[in-house]
Write a protein that binds this ligand. Sequence first.
Ligand SMILES: [Cu+2]
Length: 129
Amino acid sequence: MKRAVLIALAVVVAAAGALVVLWPRAVEAQPQLAESAQLRFVLTPASTKSGSNTFDLRITDRAGNPAPGGDVTVEPAMPRMGHAIAPITARQLEPGHYQAADVGLFMAGQWEITVSLSAERVVIPLLLT
Ligand SMILES: [Cu+2]
């Protein structure tokens, strides 16, 4: 009897352990990389959920040096649904490092974020849940 209880307990502990390992986590926001002719853009969203978001942007030349200064603009759109939100000007934190705050990605689904610096631009896909 006691042995059976111990085995049952072991099964419960193993099942709980598997749950902890296998339980789906919220998708972590991954840095998204895209390259234009001259520059390399890395966009990291604060969240992968719909709603207000903040984008961290690292922009470098092909050699990895901070991109020359200029206006960085972020234009989110859902082309397949035919809508977009007004372009947002990112704030420069340091050379090559920008932040776009209060980006109102109001619905879940596939967004495309156009990021531009002067004549250089990339389109970065962003899937929100
Ligand atoms: Cu939409």
